[in-house]
Write a protein that binds this ligand. Structure first.
Ligand code: HSE
Length: 312
């Protein structure tokens, strides 16, 4: 019987400009780590959280990693309890699916610790519940790519319909994170509730174009489709130097650049590793004009999702 497990769950880039709440992809780094240990007492305890600067609650039912565990214990009438150690290895409120990574890590660890043999589709609702605590809305565009790996389309939420999309092998993602906190829950309140038809038409074209680009291995088409006329004009204002950073990414060879999730992280896509590194460097330089801490990552699309670091 497995007593303890340590897992990794990756960050993800969601929305991809034209796919608000409906698209996202996982990246190799950064990501969260979570240790889950069986205990005899019938309790679920968050023993420690690191890397969160004390920002996250240890109250299990209010923690994004805690809630999926509570729900799985309930639904499967599991014996005993667990201790949780959560290691946040990515900035909170970053637009990189930090809360989704914790929720997925928890659900994935439970599945493996208790040999539940649940499929990703079966685990998904548990991870979504955890994520909902942080964002105040049901959206799976971080949770689904984090759990399934790869590039994911959520065609419908009711009923949930997840489609795994192909990804060109040479698609690279450069991510710039700026040390500004953006609360997804609050930021969603600022978005329009209605969209004019002329903008909707542009978005339909781009969303379809993005999917076609993925199937055709056409990175230039993928790049052309990375446009957002609805959300970016609002959220772009909350990211210091955003439009300069975006221009720097394009100047360095990006095919597409936009806001990752609700920001402040910015992602840029390119077709080779060297360009991806240059984009990352130039985005950092553009952000360097302002006095804000930054960090950057270069990654391919992560096709694996969460993984076990050890179990014993
Ligand atoms: N689709 C969500 C949003 C993702 O943009 O609000 C949050 O990271």
């Amino acid at each position: 019987m497995t007593k303890e497990i340590k897992v990794f769950a990756p960050a993800s880039v969601s929305n991809i400009a034209c796919g608000f709440d409906t698209m996202g992809f996982a990246v190799d780094r950064p990501g969260d780590e979570l240790v889950l240990r069986r205990i005899e007492e019938k309790s679920i305890v968050i023993k420690s959280i690191t890397g969160d600067d004390g920002c996250l609650t240890k109250e299990v039912s209010k923690n994004t990693a805690g809630l999926p565990i509570i729900e799985l214990f309930k639904d499967f009438n599991l014996p005993g309890g667990v201790e949780i150690e959560l290691h946040k290895k990515m900035p909170l409120g970053s637009g990189l699916g930090s809360s989704a990574a914790s929720a997925v890590a928890a659900a994935f660890a439970m599945n493996n610790l208790f040999d539940l043999n649940l499929t990703n589709m079966e685990l998904l609702p548990y991870a979504i519940k955890g994520e909902e605590l942080a964002s105040g809305a049901i959206h799976a565009d971080n949770v689904a790519p984090c759990l399934f790996g790869g590039f994911i389309l959520i065609r419908s939420y009711d009923p949930i319909d997840i489609i795994e999309l192909p990804v060109p092998d040479n698609l690279y993602c450069s991510i710039l994170h700026l040390d500004v906190k953006i609360n997804t829950k609050e930021s969603r309140k600022l978005l329009p509730t209605e969209v004019p038809l002329n903008l909707a038409i542009k978005h339909w074209g781009n969303t379809a174009g993005l999917i076609a680009g993925l199937y055709k291995n056409d990175i230039a088409l993928i790049g052309r489709a990375i446009e957002d006329f609805i959300i970016e004009p609002i959220r772009g204002n909350f990211i210091p130097n955003y439009y300069k950073i975006k221009q720097a990414a394009y100047n360095a060879g990006a095919v597409g650049c936009n806001i990752s999730g609700s920001g402040p992280s910015v992602f840029a896509l390119s077709d080779n590793a060297e360009t991806a590194k240059n984009i990352s460097r130039d985005m950092e330089n553009a952000a360097g004009e302002i006095n804000i801490k930054t960090c950057s990552f270069v990654s391919k699309v992560n096709k694996v999702g969460p993984k076990i670091i050890y179990k014993n």
